[in-house]
Design a protein around this ligand. Structure first.
Ligand SMILES: Cc1ncc(COP(=O)(O)O)c(C=O)c1O
Length: 398
């Protein structure tokens, strides 16, 4: 906070709430993925959901510098944002388009996913020269993709269409339980058999991928030469494997969400306050206001839970959350003044975790991750290997 923080040309004091992105953690997690996936594996980085809430541009920049093979997103708008920001590397789009939208994806310089015949024909028709595509196979998730038993015939047909170059073959097998790991393993073996069948028919596909975060973290055998991590790149194992080194191998990229108290008021004992005047102050209550709320992806607690923030290394209860404000209970904090810094997530001496926030809000950590700080400026801790003299801890627009 000794550095002046500026957002869109306006000093941060005009709206003192920001999130801290640790791109050094992203670089660390990328290396940890490579270490687990094995030497020579290609990384297709999942940037779904605005890079799991972190912002596609800073994440893509870091991954490009790290030499990742490919970025993957479901959002054409995110492809536009990355290309505008100067990202040159390969971008694959997950299956989201109607056939009528394929031409636009190709014009953005993205390699589309082909998951059925209509999409395949749309790509072949819209392409003016050979274009790379990724074929998605449904190995059992039952969501999107060519059914695995139909894949050999489909791929043979696809490879004969004009202007189609099959760059990749992939499948998605997320799991969250021990039973799920067994299910994924059986499906991975089936997918591996498919890759062998295709190779046996002389169909050489350069990139074959089946493993995402949980499978990489658990060390499931890899049937391909590429992995597609999302969660773990951002520092979370989808289902934490407690008391192993796996969880600590990945560091949170959303390191913290900070705010400063903009106002302190007093609610007198016995008075009726809040919406409908429905809250009674049982004692004189010192109320601090933070300029962060629903609009920034913060949420009220579910019935029976009390959220906390951290001030001076101490946990402080949250009273209420509205569209743009969070009210905190400062009663008993000595000589507290507007301007003091509060951690809504993370912290230094004491730290609020993503799991805690999720529990208070009655939701999943991923849900909190993708929305917390949605509208807030990012104060970016650059990856150490990218840092230049001016780069450290500058808030950068995305
Ligand atoms: C097709 C596909 N591959 C990979 C991923 C990354 O998954 P994870 O975040 O579990 O690593 C996703 C995410 O939803 C996905 O849809």
């Amino acid at each position: 906070l000794d550095d002046p923080l500026i957002w869109e040309g306006v000093p941060i004091e005009a709206h003192p709430a920001w999130r801290e992105l640790d791109l050094d953690a992203l670089a660390h997690n990328y290396q940890a993925v490579l270490q687990r996936a094995g030497p020579g594996r290609k990384v297709i980085a999942s940037l779904k959901g605005n890079a799991y809430g972190h912002g596609v541009v800073p994440v893509a920049r870091t991954l490009e510098q790290l030499g990742a093979y490919c970025l993957a997103t479901g959002s054409p708008a995110d492809v536009v944002a990355m290309r505008r920001a100067g990202i040159k590397m390969r971008i694959m789009t997950f299956a989201t388009a109607l056939p009528a939208g394929i031409k636009a994806l190709l014009e953005l310089g993205a390699a589309p996913t082909v998951h059925d015949r209509d999409i395949a024909i749309a790509v072949s028709t819209a392409a003016r020269r050979p274009v790379d595509v990724f074929v998605k196979v449904d190995s059992g998730l039952g969501r999107l993709g060519v059914a695995i038993e139909e894949a050999p015939e489909f791929i043979a047909w696809l490879s004969a269409l004009p202007n189609i170059r099959i760059e990749g073959l992939y499948t998605h097998l997320p799991f969250l339980s021990d039973g799920g790991a067994g299910w994924a393993l059986a499906r991975i073996r089936r997918f591996q058999a498919l890759a062998h069948t295709l190779a046996g028919c002389g169909l050489r596909i350069p990139t074959v991928q089946a493993l995402a975060s949980q499978a990489i973290a658990c060390g499931l055998p890899d049937p391909g030469n590429a992995v597609c991590p999302g969660h773990i790149l951002y520092g979370r194992v989808p289902r934490p494997i407690s008391e192993t080194e796996v969880d600590s191998a990945f560091r949170p990229v959303l390191a913290a969400v900070w705010s400063r108290i903009i106002h302190i008021g007093l609610r007198r004992a016995g008075g009726a306050y809040g919406v409908d005047g429905a809250a009674t102050a049982a004692r004189d209550t010192l109320v601090g206001i933070l300029p962060i709320g629903l609009a920034d992806g913060y949420r009220p607690s579910v019935a029976g839970a009390t959220a906390h923030v951290v001030l001076r290394g101490q946990r402080i209860p949250v009273i209420a959350v509205s569209l743009e404000y969070t009210l905190i209970d400062l009663t008993g904090i000595a000589e507290v003044k507007p301007g003091e810094v509060v951690a809504v997530l993370g912290g230094t001496r004491e730290s609020i975790t993503l799991d805690e926030v999720a529990r208070w809000q009655g939701t999943q950590p991923l849900d909190v991750m993708i929305r917390l700080g949605a509208n807030l400026p990012a104060c970016v801790r650059e990856a150490a290997f990218l840092q230049d003299a001016a780069g450290a801890l500058e808030p950068t627009p995305e």
